[in-house]
Design a protein around this ligand. Sequence first.
Ligand code: ADP
Length: 551
Amino acid sequence: MTRRIFKSICFAAIAVFLASLVFIMGVLYNYFSTVQRNQMKMQTELISQGVTHEGIDYFTGLKTYDYRVTWISPEGVVLFDSQSDAENMENHLERKEVKEALENGYGESSRYSVTLMERLLYSAKKLSDGTVIRLSGTQNSIWMLILGMEQPIILMFVIAAGISLFLAFRLSKKIVNPLNELNLDEPLSNKEYVELRPLLKRISLQQQQLKSQAAELRHKQEEFETATDNMNEGLILLNENGIILSMNRTASKLLRISKFCIGKDILMLNNALALQELLSKAKNGERSETTMKLNGLEYQLNASPVITDDEVSGIALLIFDVTEKEKAEQMRREFTANVSHELKTPLHSISGYAELLKNDMVKPEDISKFSGQIYSEAQRMIYLVDDIIKLSHLDEDAGDLKREDVDLYEIARETVRAFEPKAKAAKITFTMNGVSAPVRGVPQLLNSIVFNLCDNALKYNRENGSVSVDVQNTDSSVVLSVSDTGIGIPARHQERIFERFYRVDKSHSKEVGGTGLGLSIVKHAAKLHNASIELHSVVDGGTTVRIVFPK
Ligand code: ADP
């Protein structure tokens, strides 16, 4: 801007200077022309007087440098000419100045000579004898005048240009400096230029609008962050080129990346093929999902394109940790396969025995044995199906089970009592010890716990062995313990016996009517009561299982 003002001022100064020069030169030229004409008139007068007194002799020895003198007869014949031979000259009667002089006594004219490229001035005076004296001289052109004044003009130009430059420099600075020093943080505090007031008012208004818009945006951003940071899913917003614009807390936790990654290309952080394909689909405006393994965990990624004006302007990436879901899915698949397998074996036996009976291939004395086998296999299936149903109830509607205040001692005593006939038949002694122990829990599940532990203690016991059930009520917990004097569990199996369908000795378990699900039900039921399980077992020394219910 300073340059522009500087240039404008310089240009204006030079234009004024040139205009003044033209005007002055015009005036001067006019002045000098008038002076020259007057001089010619005077000279014509003087020469006329000389010729009147002396006749043609006046011209003898007359030196005329600036002018040409011509003496013309009343008929227009040239009698004398200071520069040409009078005899050879044409008649001058028709010349304007001569005509005027003959008529009025004095005449003037000027003509432009194209050949000489100069203007000639003529003045003519009629003498008393009727003859005419004419003087002609060259009138200086304006260019001659300018050339004649070359030096002062150049000097004036240099001085004027110098002054113009200096003033232009000072003025442009003086105009621009206050503009540079404007306080735009508080536009209305500037008093320098009244003309800028409307502009400053507008700036101030726009600043206020910007401030309130920024505050609103910040507020919305905070709201968005609070909402997204409390999401269980990871959320990453990308622009159309895959650059991370924002991410919530869960996303940075799941992907183990910090918020410093904002502004970076997501493919630089992870260039897995699945992610590349997902993003390229989203860039083409397609919603898609994929699963990915990251840091040993399984994630599901959903990418949705953000479409503005029919164009993809960004991508919203949702990330879920599906490790648990995948595990559960895997367990369910294994469970289903195991269930099918477990059911298939007794069904095959039943089908085989039934086929033999149907085809009368069994001796009459063996019929009862075969029917007994069918019965026991069917019984095993019933136990199995019962346990499966119990487990799936625990899996599906664990939250819906109704809790009550119950006495664990009473539950254990009832169960022990129910086992007594079976124990007697197996020649095993059952004892019940302990004190009343109120527990808040689900009665059926507590019952299942005691039942399965007692059942195992009986099934994996020896002849003349014993089972002792004990319920203790301490300040911090209620403890149920079931001890037997049975075969015990080898140390390497102890961790796994709570898994579904896991048995130390499969055939032995089947023999004694085991389903492989008893301890899984115990584990599940204990977990729902926040109870912990402790196992102490010695091969051939017996087993003690303690369930600790915290208060
Ligand atoms: P099962 O129906 O086969 O008894 P469980 O889940 O109840 O299934 O038990 C799993 C396995 O743990 C059993 O097959 C058995 O090998 C072992 N086990 C459980 N309880 C005892 C115990 N008191 N003594 C010895 N082994 C036991």
